[in-house]
Ligand binder design. Sequence first.
Ligand SMILES: NC(=O)c1ccc[n+]([C@@H]2O[C@H](COP(=O)([O-])OP(=O)(O)OC[C@H]3O[C@@H](n4cnc5c(N)ncnc54)[C@H](OP(=O)(O)O)[C@@H]3O)[C@@H](O)[C@H]2O)c1
Length: 270
Amino acid sequence: MTTLVTGATGNTGRHVVTELVRRGDRVRALTRNPAAAAAKLPSGVELVAGTHTAPATLAAALDGVTRLHITVTAGLAEVGPELVQRAVDAGVRRMTVVWGGGVGPVEQAVAESGVEWTLVEPQEFMSNTSGWIDSIRAEGVVREPYDRTSALVHEADIGVVAATALLEDGHAGQSYNLTGPESLTTHERLEMLSDAIGRDISFVRISHEQAIDRLIATGVPRADAEYVVGWYAAPNIESTTVVDTVERVTGRPARTFADWVTEHADRFRR
Ligand SMILES: NC(=O)c1ccc[n+]([C@@H]2O[C@H](COP(=O)([O-])OP(=O)(O)OC[C@H]3O[C@@H](n4cnc5c(N)ncnc54)[C@H](OP(=O)(O)O)[C@@H]3O)[C@@H](O)[C@H]2O)c1
């Protein structure tokens, strides 16, 4: 049996691949750039050139595949239902999806696919903290519009939950809301980072509009930038409320933000 993983080189997809490989699964990783993907993924993974946003081109990638992991990304909403149908027609019998932050056409299509499905619904990823690397390294500063609370989840835990749902029975028809094990303010996270790298980090408040403009400057469409910064201003209750889904599904406690900081501290040092 082969599992096809889309979004395989990304923040969550690479952890889905790593966990599947660790558990002895045969994994095919879909990527637009196999040469670059080889350095990011464990050996033994079959790399296939392509993109899940062009389902009509995926006949070879889906050949012999019985399990599919879908990473929702930009460009997938319009063609996601076609991807799901092509996967079912090709013989896929179990699907997981890491949602795009809400239940849209892709998540809906997976839930209506007629095969075993699990929706993985993480709240904020710990990897978002990487967005602070440049300003911390250069100036020892973080610029944010709000000091906000978040129960961030480690992206490796998202991967392990998805891999577990792909490989084990008992997860069909489930929607798994995922958080980390604690809810932390921005200042608490900065303090942990500061302790880890041995350097003071200043919090500089920017305006709501400056935060939107900063996102737009990185290529994010205005509507998405307004949504994200609006969410910073008034986070949804699910993103600040700790749930034990990671431990219930995987049998292991969720990774902490301190774990993430230990793994990534070098990236924040000068
Ligand atoms: N960050 C958060 O806090 C958060 C919270 C909840 C939900 N989410 C959602 O979770 C989902 C998964 O996030 P992620 O960070 O794991 O994904 P990601 O790293 O942004 O993307 C995964 C992979 O998909 C491919 N890809 C990216 N954009 C693409 C595009 N426009 N067209 C085709 N392929 C594309 C890339 O692989 P190749 O270049 O190798 O092809 C990329 O490595 C996203 O929908 C995100 O919005 C994020």
